[in-house]
Design a protein around this ligand. Structure first.
Ligand code: FMN
Length: 248
C-alpha cells in the first residue's frame, strides 16, 4: 500500500457496519494497567490549590485562542498543578477509583489511553527537566534533570520555536493497548478523539488562568519517541501542548 493510502484504508477498515459488529468482550484478567509507573523515579507532589481567576466559562470560550508567544516570567507551580489536574488528573475521590479512575475529560470506555510527560523550562520552584505525571498521586516523577530539553522539544516539533520559549511543554503519548483491549483497531479512532478532549481542557484552563497555550500536532515522531524513551508502537508521542505566561 502506498503511504498516501494508509489513512483512507484505516478510515474504511475501522467502520462499524450494522449487522457486522466485531464480536469481542474485554477480558479483565488481561486488562492493561491504567497508569504507567516509573518505579525508581523521585516523586514530587504537586500543590492542590486550584485557582481559576474571575472569568466565567462564557468569557473563557469567547477568548480562547492559540497563543504562540510567551513572556520570560516564570509560570507558578500552582498554575502547572492546575493545568495538569484538569487535563490528565483524576476527578472525584482519588482513593476510591476501582477499575476506572474517572478524570476531568471524557474518554471512550473510561480507558484514558495516554500518558503525560512535562518538559519544564521556566516554572517557579521546579528544576528544568523532563517529568512524568502520575495522576493517582497528582505528582510528577522526575525522569531527567538539566539539559536544554526545551530546544529538544522545539526540534521535535518541526523546529517550532514556541516549544522552547514556553514555560512548560506537555508531551502526550498514546498507550494503544489500553484502548485496543476493548475496541480493537477501532480504538485508533477513539484515542485521538480522547487526546483532543485533553488538549481542549489545556486551552480552557490556560485561558482561565490568562496564560498562552498552543497545541502542536506537527512532530518528528521517531525523534519524539526516542527523547521520551518509548518504542513508538505500544507507546508513541502523538501531541504536544505548550504553555506559559502571556506577553502583555
Ligand atoms: C490537532 C492540532 C494540531 C495543531 N498543530 C499545530 C502546530 O503544529 N503548530 C501551530 O502553530 N499550531 C497548531 N495547532 C493550532 C491551530 O493552528 C489553531 O488551533 C488554529 O489555527 C485555529 O486557531 P485558534 O486555536 O486560535 O482558534 C494545532 C491545532 C490542532 C487542533
Amino acid at each position: 500500500m502506498d503511504s498516501d493510502e494508509y489513512g483512507d484504508a484505516f478510515f474504511q477498515g475501522t467502520k462499524y457496519t450494522r449487522g457486522d459488529l466485531p464480536q469481542r468482550s474485554p477480558d479483565f484478567i488481561v486488562k492493561p494497567d491504567d497508569f504507567k509507573v516509573y518505579e525508581d523515579a523521585e516523586r514530587m507532589s504537586l500543590p492542590r490549590q486550584f485557582t481559576f481567576g474571575p472569568n466565567d466559562l462564557k468569557h473563557v470560550l469567547e477568548e480562547r485562542r492559540s497563543r504562540r508567544r510567551f513572556s520570560k516570567e516564570p509560570m507558578s507551580l500552582a498554575e502547572l498543578s492546575t493545568l495538569l489536574k484538569y487535563t490528565s488528573g483524576i476527578s472525584g475521590d482519588e482513593t476510591d477509583q476501582g477499575n476506572f479512575a474517572l478524570r476531568h475529560v471524557p474518554s471512550a470506555g473510561g480507558l484514558y489511553p495516554y500518558e503525560t510527560y512535562v518538559v519544564v523550562n521556566n516554572v517557579d520552584g521546579v528544576k528544568n527537566g523532563l517529568y512524568h505525571y502520575y495522576p493517582p498521586d497528582h505528582a510528577l516523577d522526575v525522569l531527567k534533570l538539566g539539559g536544554d530539553y526545551g530546544k529538544k522539544v522545539a526540534a521535535i516539533c518541526l523546529d517550532q520555536p514556541m516549544a522552547k520559549d514556553c514555560a512548560a511543554a506537555f508531551l502526550w503519548t498514546l498507550v494503544s493497548l489500553r484502548s485496543k483491549w476493548k475496541y480493537g483497531q477501532r480504538a485508533y479512532r477513539y484515542m485521538f478523539i480522547d487526546l483532543g478532549h485533553l488538549a481542549q481542557n489545556l486551552y480552557l484552563v490556560a485561558e482561565a488562568l490568562q496564560l498562552s497555550t498552543c497545541a502542536i500536532g506537527a512532530l518528528y515522531d521517531d525523534e519524539g519517541n526516542e527523547f521520551l524513551g518509548v518504542d513508538g508502537y505500544d507507546e508513541a508521542l502523538c501531541y504536544v501542548g505548550v504553555v506559559g505566561r502571556r506577553v502583555e
